[in-house]
Design a protein around this ligand. Structure first.
Ligand code: FAD
Length: 371
C-alpha cells in the first residue's frame, strides 16, 4: 500500500485544507483504541497513515461520564485493552469514571497512538476513491474509515403518551449522578437491563418503584464464556441480516450477584409492568391503576451513535446496517467502512476483538485498491 505523504504533527486540518490519511478512526473509547493499536501493529504509521479523532476533551471514552457510584467492582466486567493487563489492579473500590480514563490515557501515551481531541466528526460522505470527513475543526479525506463512536451519545427513551405533561423531573441513565439527588422524592425507574439494576440498587435507598417492559430474566449460576459467546452470536446473526442490533443484555439476561441477592432481600426486585400513560403527577397502567411519582429515571438503553454517517446511506430496508466480515465489523454496502463497538462488539471484550478484525480486514481492502 502506498502511504499518504507524511505531514507535520499535529494532524489537525487547518481551515480550508483537507488532510489526507489512509485510515481515519472516529472515537477513542475501547473500540477505537483497539483498532488504533492493531493498525499500528500491522505497520501503519501513526499520524502519517492513520489518525483517531475523538470528540471528548479527555481520554476515557464513555467511561469518563459514568455515575460516581459505579466502581471497578460494581461494573459488569471490564476487559483490558489489547496487550495492557493493568486495569484496576488492587483498586476495586476505585470509581470507574476515574480509573478507566486514567488507564486509557496511559495506553494512548505508551503506544503513542495518534489521538486528536477534542474533534467532533459532523458528517462523512462518499467522494469516490476517498471518504470525506467533516469535523468541527477541519476536514479530512480517508481511504478507509473505522467508526468507533459507541452509544453513550445516543440515549434512548421510549415514547409514552403524556410524557410532555409530567410536572416532575425526567432523566436518563446518562444524566444520573447520585441517589441523594432524589432525597424525599418518589423515583420511578424504568428499564430491565444492567444499568437499571445498578441504579435501582443505589436509588432504592430512597423510595422507588421499578418498572420493566418484560419480567426481568435473571440467570442463576455463572455466566460462562460459552453462554457469552452464544449471546453474542445471536446479536451477530441480526446484524449479518441487516437488522438493528439488540443489546447483548437483552439476550443474556441479568446476572445473579451478591448485590442482586441483597436487593432481593430488601424487597426491591419486584418490578411493575410497563405503564401506558404519563400523567402530570405520575403514571397510569392500562387497567386504570395509577402511581404518583416525582422523578422518572429512564434506564432504557442507548442506540449506536451513527448520525454523522447518514450521508453514506448505510442503513438497509430492515432498519439496520447490513454487516459482514469475520466478526461482522465490515459494512457490506461499503467495505472501506467498519463499525466497531457496534452490535455484537458492544462490550469491552467485543470491542477489543472487533478492533483487531477491522484493522486487518480494512488494510486488506486498501492494499487491493489503487486509490
Ligand atoms: P465509547 O466508550 O462510548 O467511546 C466512544 C468515543 O467516541 C467517545 O470518546 C466519544 O466522545 C467519541 N465520539 C462519539 N461520537 C463522536 C463523533 N461524532 N466524533 C468524534 N468522536 C465521537 N461493557 C463491558 O464490557 N463491561 C461493563 O461493565 C460495561 N458497563 C457498561 C455500563 C453502561 C452504563 C453502559 C452504557 C455501557 C457499558 N458497557 C460495558 C458497554 C461498554 O461501554 C462498551 O462496550 C465499551 O466501553 C464502549 O466502547 P466504545 O469504544 O464502543 O465507545
Amino acid at each position: 500500500m502506498m502511504p499518504d505523504a507524511p505531514t507535520a504533527l499535529p494532524r489537525l486540518a487547518p481551515p480550508g485544507v483537507v488532510l489526507n490519511t489512509d485510515v481515519l478512526i472516529i472515537g477513542a473509547g475501547q473500540a477505537g483504541l483497539s483498532a488504533a493499536y492493531h493498525l499500528q501493529q500491522l505497520g501503519l504509521h501513526a499520524q502519517e497513515q492513520f489518525v483517531v479523532l475523538d470528540a471528548a476533551a479527555a481520554p476515557g471514552g464513555a467511561w469518563q461520564h459514568r455515575w460516581p457510584g459505579l466502581t471497578l467492582s460494581t461494573v459488569n466486567r471490564l476487559h483490558d485493552l489489547p496487550f495492557a493487563r493493568t486495569l484496576g489492579r488492587g483498586e476495586t473500590t476505585a470509581q470507574a469514571r476515574v480509573a478507566v480514563p486514567r488507564y486509557f490515557a496511559a495506553y494512548e501515551e505508551t503506544f503513542a497512538l495518534p489521538v486528536i481531541r477534542p474533534v467532533r466528526v459532523r458528517r462523512v460522505s462518499d467522494r469516490g476513491p476517498r471518504l470525506h470527513i467533516e469535523t468541527d475543526r477541519g476536514n479530512y479525506a480517508a481511504r478507509g474509515l473505522i467508526n468507533a463512536t459507541g452509544t453513550w451519545e445516543a440515549p434512548f427513551i421510549p415514547e409514552v403518551p403524556g410524557a410532555g405533561r409530567f410536572s416532575g423531573e425526567q432523566l436518563h441513565t446518562r444524566d444520573y449522578r447520585a441517589a441523594t439527588d432524589f432525597a424525599g422524592r418518589h423515583v420511578l425507574i424504568v428499564g430491565g437491563g444492567i444499568s437499571a439494576l445498578q441504579l435501582l440498587d443505589e436509588v432504592s435507598q430512597v423510595t422507588t418503584t421499578w418498572v420493566t417492559r418484560r419480567p426481568p430474566l435473571f440467570h442463576a449460576g455463572a455466566f460462562d464464556e460459552a453462554a457469552g459467546r452464544a449471546a453474542v452470536a445471536l446479536v451477530e446473526d441480526r446484524v449479518r441480516r441487516g437488522l438493528p442490533p439488540q443489546s447483548v443484555v437483552s439476550v443474556t439476561g441479568l446476572p445473579v450477584t451478591p448485590a442482586t441477592e441483597a436487593m432481593r432481600a430488601r424487597g426491591v426486585l419486584t418490578p411493575q409492568p410497563m405503564f401506558s400513560e404519563i400523567t402530570p403527577h405520575g403514571v397510569r397502567w392500562p387497567g386504570g391503576g395509577a402511581l404518583r411519582a416525582d422523578v422518572i429515571l429512564w434506564c432504557t438503553g442507548f442506540r449506536s451513535a451513527l448520525d454523522h454517517l447518514a450521508p453514506l446511506n448505510l442503513r438497509g430496508p430492515a432498519g439496520g446496517v447490513h454487516m459482514t466480515g469475520r466478526l461482522a465489523t465490515q459494512v457490506a454496502r461499503d467495505p472501506r467502512v467498519h463499525l466497531v463497538g457496534y452490535g455484537p462488539s458492544a462490550s469491552t471484550i467485543g470491542a477489543n476483538r472487533a478492533g483487531r478484525a477491522a484493522a486487518t480486514e480494512l488494510l486488506a481492502v486498501l492494499n487491493r485498491s489503487t486509490a
